[in-house]
Design a protein around this ligand. Structure first.
Ligand code: MN
Length: 438
């Protein structure tokens, strides 16, 4: 999987890409953008610019399999490319890498202005039409810490180490990074209150998750074996699973979260491809002594050897007071994808093991990715122990849960010695006030 597209000495004629912390030529993530006054179309991030796949097609820069792939990626949703699978993505990646290579500068000099747009002047959209969104619970330290708040002696349910637990969440309210999330109204029932009332969520939280974009998928009734699961994973993003904790704790019994999650989910707009992340794959960390082995249909030696990822995550918060003072956002926590108890391939195999069909453009959330140390919590519920211990910031402010005007920012970087680091781009969202009750 590691090839010339990952070579560390490769540079681009898009000079901002060289040394770029997020989008060097070794990354080439896929997205959908609108340039100034232009229609939505497929593109690839390169430095501070966006490569216009359709413009390159018009200029005749693609042939063969790369041309088919570029045609599937040039429109206003990337579902056709996701459906086409890894060979198509790889052909597109190889050819776009060559087009953007510094050695190709002379060949494209005359049309370079048409091939790339300044990303500051572009709007980003969701990269795909999302048929279904499934949210997993694979962050074991989140599951334990959150479970301990309600069940101190028995934080993990007995199924946790056998079943990659998940629920079907809402696809229609998934939005791209950068927008506002409205504080939801809902039913709240604090323990001291005999009956619920309806009003603005008091315990609004974020959840730091790895998002997974599904590729070809399967027919109903035809499970994806774990050994084939990675063929169906097109790429990754950051995902903020906004969570209304007070609404969640009241509504979730017995069928799980509903309106506490469907208010909205934000994703970073770029699909960082499975190919771009190949150098950052790691062995799935061994299960602690005494844990059961995964059941055979979830246990694949190759997946255990290469199915994990070393991706560093950071959560930052910009409060209205910090914004007014011109201060930088405050770093709340850091975590890593290696904290997940289940691999993405195990999620795919489990999801389809009953015959359920996945479709191109389906989205998974990994579950909140938390570590064990203070400062590695993936949500405020954990960081504040259910709102009991406020966190304080250098400017004297404190938070238990989010306040209107707070902006939550997620970042992710994959690093490995000998390779150029790549980033995901940000997933940002700002909380806005609840609708007034009529
Ligand atoms: Mn979640």
């Amino acid at each position: 999987m590691i090839d010339d597209t990952h070579k560390a000495d490769r540079t681009s004629w898009v000079s901002s890409a060289n040394g770029h912390a997020t989008f060097p030529i070794q990354n080439l993530p896929l997205g959908v953008f609108s340039p100034d006054c232009g229609s939505a179309r497929g593109g690839i991030a390169i430095g501070d610019s966006i490569f216009d796949i359709g413009a390159a097609l018009e200029a005749g820069l693609f042939t063969g399999a790369a041309r088919d792939a570029a045609e599937a990626a040039a429109g206003r949703i990337l579902n056709p490319l996701l459906e086409a699978g890894p060979a198509a993505r790889q052909a597109l990646r190889r050819r776009v890498g060559d087009i953007l290579d510094a050695n190709n500068a002379d060949a494209v000099k005359a049309i370079a202005g048409r091939l790339v747009h300044d990303s500051d002047r572009c709007a980003m959209h969701l990269p795909a039409r999302i048929g279904d969104f499934t949210d997993f619970f694979a962050g074991i330290h989140h599951a334990e810490t959150a479970g301990r708040i309600n069940r101190p002696d028995n934080p993990l349910m007995p199924n946790y180490k056998y079943v990659p637990v998940a629920y079907h969440s809402r696809a229609s309210s998934v939005r791209p990074s950068g927008g506002l999330v409205r504080r939801p109204n809902g039913q709240r029932k604090p323990p001291e209150q005999a009956a619920p009332d309806f009003g603005p969520c008091r315990n609004l939280d974020y959840e730091l998750e790895l998002g997974v974009w599904i590729g070809p998928g399967n027919d109903i009734g035809s499970p994806i074996p774990i050994a084939e699961a990675s063929r169906h994973v097109a790429g990754f993003c950051l995902l903020n699973d906004w969570s209304a904790r007070d609404i969640q704790s009241w509504e979730s019994q017995p069928l799980g979260p509903f309106l506490s999650k469907s208010l909205s989910t934000f994703v970073s707009p770029w699909i960082v491809t499975a190919e771009a992340l190949a150098p950052f794959r790691i062995a799935q960390p061994p299960r602690p002594a005494g844990d059961p082995a995964p059941l055979p249909h979830l246990n694949d030696p190759a997946d255990q050897a290469h199915g994990g990822f070393d991706i560093g995550f950071q959560v930052l918060l910009l409060t209205p007071k910090m914004r007014q003072a011109g201060a930088a956002p405050h770093g709340l926590s850091r975590s890593n994808a290696s904290m997940l108890y289940w691999t993405v391939a195990q999620m795919v195999a489990h999801h389809t093991s009953n015959g359920c069909n996945l479709q191109p453009g389906d989205l998974f959330g990994s579950g909140t990715v938390s570590g064990t140390a203070p400062g590695s919590e993936g949500c405020l519920l954990e960081m504040t122990r259910g709102g009991r211990n406020p966190v304080s910031f250098p400017n004297g402010e404190t938070r238990t849960y989010l306040v209107d005007g707070d902006e939550v920012i997620f970042r992710a970087t994959a690093r490995r010695d000998g390779f150029v680091s790549i980033g995901f781009g940000e997933c940002r969202g700002t909380v806005t006030e609840a609708l007034a009750l009529g």
